[in-house]
Structures are given as structure tokens and as C-alpha cells.
Design a protein around this ligand. Structure first.
Ligand SMILES: NC(=O)c1ccc[n+]([C@@H]2O[C@H](COP(=O)([O-])OP(=O)(O)OC[C@H]3O[C@@H](n4cnc5c(N)ncnc54)[C@H](OP(=O)(O)O)[C@@H]3O)[C@@H](O)[C@H]2O)c1
Length: 320
């Protein structure tokens, strides 16, 4: 079956589409024919291999040849222990190696009928990151004020909608061309970062949900309530330490200088949260934003586009 593979570290030029073994069905999993897969910055680190991550990703070359996590597709066969899905069911969720025609996974739930495969493929990592960060790290409550820095990309577009679904008052920060998008997702206020510096605003926020990670801790502190929570979601990917350098600097500064709480987390794939996202999607409270769709043969182009760092929502690769 066809899959995107990487055998050495480098730019998206190292990516190839090759024939690989079809995965074998396991008892507690389902075999999914993948229709669409979405890409994430974390997939980028799999082939770019920042030095600090190489003990995990492989010292000389990537340990994991196959790329991708997020997917949507159709169940072709179910393991003998699986009770909640059957062949023919359309599903979404994730599995490492999702940029392939088939995956064997336990981490999928029924696809909302109101979503296309391309839309559903974009939900996994970004939707879970937004949900878990706002619910479990920020403990966001109705009526609280949240600022989302980096509101127009994969995570940000889910974060704006989920924060609104929680009843929060949402300020979205994005570039000029994305102001209308952020407003259409429900943001109460949109700050165009090319015209206004949110850290110089008089507003104060209960939660600063920092997806872009491009501002210092002391800048962010200026707009955080004294008992506010700063959620570190992402950071610029440059430098030998990848995103870990800026994240570690901010974490250290928060320990040394602030009374406000700063938290970092890595989102975790789990089925209960995929079901919560499914309900939000079915109710129309959350709608995935798909920026561009590429064919499998264009996977390297999809990553080049992701690398520009200015997607409007999710970048999706159509598999079949
Ligand atoms: N902690 C976790 O578990 C977790 C999970 C997923 C992702 N992440 C991290 O979160 C970050 C974003 O991921 P993503 O999937 O949302 O990426 P993405 O889809 O590429 O979106 C990046 C966004 O950053 C925005 N941006 C760029 N420069 C900005 C600036 N100066 N000010 C404000 N926004 C700016 C862009 O908006 P404009 O085009 O408007 O500039 C774009 O929408 C990455 O660092 C990623 O590694 C963390």
C-alpha cells in the first residue's frame, strides 16, 4: 500500500511516496482505509529532526519511517475484541503513519455525518490540543476572558470555537488576512497583530492560550490577571532545540518572576476526548477549518506549506 516515508533527516524534499506492507489486523484494533490525513507541526519534527529530539526520533535517521497521525477513513475489518465499530463505518481519529492508504488503529470513533473526510481528518491533534488545554490546563469557565495568540492555524481555529462553546469571552490574535476568519469562528474581539500589540493592551485575561509562542513571559504577564493561567501550547520551530528552547525559557521565567500559573502540556490521543469532539462537531458548535487539500503525491508540498507557518486552519492530504 502507498505511504509517505522518510529515511533520512532533512527538508520536505526527503519525503517519498512508496509501497509499504499493508498493516495486519490486531484483535483490539480496526483496519481503516484512510481517505484523508491532516498534517501537524509535530510531523515536521519527525523528518526535520531537531538535535534535541534525536534521542527520541533516532540519532542518525528517523526511527519511524512513516509519517502522519490525524486521519479519517472507512473501517475495512475489525479485530475480534472490537465491539463498537463494524466494517463500512466511517471514522476519524489517529494513528502514527496516517499518511498511508491503510492503518491499523484503536484510536478512532465514528465520523460525524455532517463532516467530509477532509474536515474530519483535521480534527485529531489540533482538536484534542485545544480541548485538553482549555479544559484541563486552563480550567476555562463560562464568563472568563481568554486570549488566544495564534488563533487562525490548526490549533487556534479549534481553540476559538471550543472556548466559545465553554461560554468564555474570546479575544483572537492573528494576522490581517485572517481577521474575518477568526470573527466567523465566534471570537468576540480580534486583534490584528500587524497593527496592534496585544501585550500593550489595557485588557486583562484570565487565560492566555499561547499557540504562537512568539512573545516573552514578561510581555505576556502584562495582560494576565494576577490569578490568571498562561497555557504554553506551541513555539516557533527554529533553532537547534526546536520549539523546546523558547518553551523552556518561558517556563523558567515564569518560575523566577511571576505569581501567575504557567503550564505546558502535550496533548494525548484518547477515545473519550474524541467522542467529546464528535459531539461538539455534530452539534455544529465546532466546525473544522480546512485551508488546503493536497494529493498523496504532493505530501512534500503540503509540508512546505505547513513550514511557512501561516495556514488558515488545517492542511489535509487526500489519500484515496
Ligand atoms: N502542546 C501540544 O500538545 C501541541 C499540539 C499541537 C501543536 N502544538 C504546537 O502549537 C503550535 C501551532 O500548531 P498549529 O497546528 O496550530 O500550527 P499552524 O496550523 O501552522 O498554525 C500556526 C499559526 O501561528 C500563527 N502565527 C504565526 N506568527 C504569528 C504571530 N507573530 N502572532 C500570532 N500568531 C502567529 C499563524 O497565524 P497567521 O497566519 O495569522 O500569522 C498560524 O495560524 C506549534 O508550535 C505546534 O508545535 C502543540
Amino acid at each position: 500500500v502507498k505511504a509517505v516515508v522518510c529515511d533520512r533527516y532533512g527538508s520536505p524534499d526527503v519525503l517519498r511516496v512508496e509501497d509499504v506492507e499493508k498493516p495486519e489486523l490486531e484483535n483490539d484494533r480496526v483496519l481503516v482505509r484512510v481517505r484523508a490525513a491532516a498534517i501537524n507541526p509535530a510531523d515536521w519534527y519527525g523528518f526535520a529532526g531537531p538535535l534535541v529530539l534525536r534521542p527520541m526520533t533516532g540519532l542518525r535517521k528517523p526511527k519511524q519511517r512513516l509519517l502522519g497521525v490525524d486521519l479519517a477513513g472507512t473501517v475495512e475489518a475489525v479485530g475480534k475484541d472490537v465491539t463498537e465499530l463494524k466494517p463500512g463505518d466511517d471514522v476519524f481519529g489517529g494513528r502514527s503513519g496516517a499518511l498511508a492508504e491503510y492503518v491499523c488503529t484503536a484510536m478512532v470513533v465514528p465520523k460525524p455525518a455532517n463532516l467530509s473526510f477532509e474536515e474530519a481528518a483535521g480534527v485529531g491533534v489540533a482538536g484534542l490540543t485545544a480541548l485538553q488545554g482549555l479544559r484541563d490546563k486552563a480550567h476555562l469557565e463560562a464568563g472568563q476572558r481568554v486570549l488566544i495568540n495564534g488563533a487562525s492555524g490548526g490549533v487556534g481555529t479549534f481553540a476559538v470555537q471550543i472556548a466559545k462553546a465553554f461560554g468564555a469571552e474570546v479575544t483572537a490574535v492573528c494576522s490581517t488576512g485572517k481577521v474575518d476568519l477568526a470573527g466567523s469562528l465566534g471570537a468576540d474581539r480580534v486583534i490584528d497583530y500587524t497593527r496592534e500589540d496585544f501585550t500593550r493592551s489595557r485588557e486583562r485575561y484570565d487565560v492566555l492560550f499561547d499557540v504562537a509562542g512568539n512573545r516573552t513571559w514578561s510581555e505576556c504577564l502584562r495582560v494576565l490577571e494576577p490569578d490568571g493561567t498562561f497555557v504554553m501550547v506551541g513555539a516557533p520551530k527554529g533553532g537547534p532545540l526546536g520549539p523546546l528552547g523558547p518553551l523552556a525559557r518561558k517556563r523558567l521565567a515564569s518560575w523566577l518572576r511571576g505569581s501567575q500559573k504557567a503550564v505546558f502540556y502535550i496533548a494525548k490521543f484518547n477515545k473519550p476526548d474524541l467522542h467529546i469532539l464528535r459531539e461538539l462537531l455534530e452539534s455544529g458548535k465546532v466546525t473544522p477549518v480546512v485551508d488546503r487539500t493536497f494529493e498523496l503525491s504532493e505530501a512534500a508540498d503540503a509540508f512546505r506549506y505547513l513550514g511557512e507557518g501561516h495556514a488558515s486552519g488545517k492542511i489535509v492530504v487526500r489519500i484515496s
